[in-house]
Design a protein around this ligand. Structure first.
Ligand SMILES: [Zn+2]
Length: 393
């Protein structure tokens, strides 16, 4: 389990999380929850544990507000001195909603395997600085070859998006690039710390193999260094820019989301989107975002002007009453594309880990229907499969 303690706060959070999971596991063995009148299979509760792991459980609500485990800094319009927040007030649902979702909402059954129609990619070692090639690894993970650099976004190679090896959302297709076939990685961008976006195991391997440093929003350095001591990390706030050299700049943009790794660290680290700017191109990379009022997307379009490409999440959206404050559905993603004005978009965050209730291929089908309904050419917004490659002209 990738949450060993390097600081007292993290140790406490990790221990509480494990104890809570153990309590729930013991409950699961009784096969029912007293007072609900509902039979609950052990399998169903194990899925709940997986969802809890992903969503950070209900720790803050259950155990109260605790000191920030990862970050200390001045109060801003999105940090209150203890936790980060979305300025528009959008926030994650509480524990009762989590229970209602898991116990009462129908959940499509995903297949054990959902293989990509594309073979695993074998990327070139380097591209010329003026070229851009984007290869989908699966879920929210991409290899972006741009500005002569090799950049991984939210790399996850683990079998599960979970703190636990045996419990939690399990991948139903192989990474679109085998780890051994990855070109030398110069830089890793991490949008936020949910387990389906931050896999400290692969970040440690990339640091060992290539000396790949990480760029990530405030607070996530504490988590990553806890598992990968000595790694080079640059953390920044929304609206900041990291100049990587040779005209390559990484812009931090606001996004409507939240964060958690355990039971007591909800919103202790910041979440963000990135714009990768090269002398020739701009690529907008959204890991997770709710649509909310759409302002974050419009503002990125206004700020950056012409965006050549947007990586937009299109999955993990059902049921809407639960997920709309965390994730966009395909229709909202299409609106996000139109608001930011990118020339084209690649849809991700679907078809690899089952996080929510929609069927495995529903995001692709819903996106196609939304494009048809709004008269957007299907080729402008591609629902990506692992191993699929997109070149910018
Ligand atoms: Zn997330």
């Amino acid at each position: 389990m990738p949450c060993p303690a390097s600081s007292p706060n993290r140790e406490g959070a990790g221990a509480t999380f494990v104890f809570a999971l153990c309590d729930l596991y013991m409950l699961a063995r009784t096969d029912s929850i007293a007072g609900t009148g509902m039979a609950m299979t052990r399998r169903r509760l194990m899925k709940l544990l997986g969802a809890g792991a992903l969503l950070g459980g209900a720790g803050t609500m259950l155990f109260g507000r605790s000191a920030n485990a990862y970050y200390a800094g001045p109060i801003t319009d999105h940090f209150d001195g203890t936790v980060f927040f979305n300025p528009d007030g959008t926030g994650p649902k509480g524990p009762m909603a989590l229970l209602r979702w898991q116990l009462l909402e129908p959940r499509a059954k995903w297949p054990e395997a959902f293989p990509s129609p594309f073979p695993q990619a074998k990327p070139e070692t380097r591209l010329a600085p003026g070229k851009v090639r984007v290869t989908h690894v699966g879920h929210a993970s991409f290899l972006v070859q741009a500005g002569g650099r090799n950049i991984l976004i939210d790399p996850v190679w683990s079998k599960r998006a979970s703190p636990l090896k045996a419990v939690g959302p399990k991948r139903v297709n192989a990474p679109g690039i085998s780890f051994e076939d990855l070109p030398p990685i110069d830089l890793v961008l991490v949008t936020h710390n949910h387990y389906d976006h931050l896999d400290t195991g692969v970040i440690g391997r990339l640091w060992q193999r290539d000396g790949a440093g990480v760029i990530t929003p405030l607070g996530n350095d504490t988590i990553i260094r806890g598992d990968v001591p000595g790694i080079t990390i640059a953390t920044r706030d929304w609206h900041d820019v990291v100049d990587v050299g040779d005209g390559l700049r990484i812009h931090f943009e606001p996004t409507v989301h939240w964060s958690a790794r355990g039971m007591r660290d909800r919103r202790h680290a910041l979440w963000a989107s990135f714009v990768i700017e090269t002398p020739q191109h701009k690529i907008y990379c959204v890991g997770d975002s709710a649509f909310a009022d759409g302002k974050v997307f419009r503002r990125v379009g206004e700020k950056h002007g012409r965006l050549d490409l947007a990586l937009l999440p299109i999955g993990a959206y059902e049921p809407r009453w639960m997920m709309s404050s965390s994730h966009m559905d395909p229709t909202e993603s299409l609106q996000a594309l139109q608001l930011c004005g990118a020339k084209a978009a690649l849809g991700h965050h679907w078809g690899t880990f089952q996080l929510t209730n929609e069927a495995v291929d529903a995001p692709r089908a819903d996106l196609a229907a939304a494009c048809a309904e709004q008269g957007v050419p299907a080729e402008r917004f591609t629902a990506m499969h692992p191993g699929q490659v997109h070149d910018l002209a």
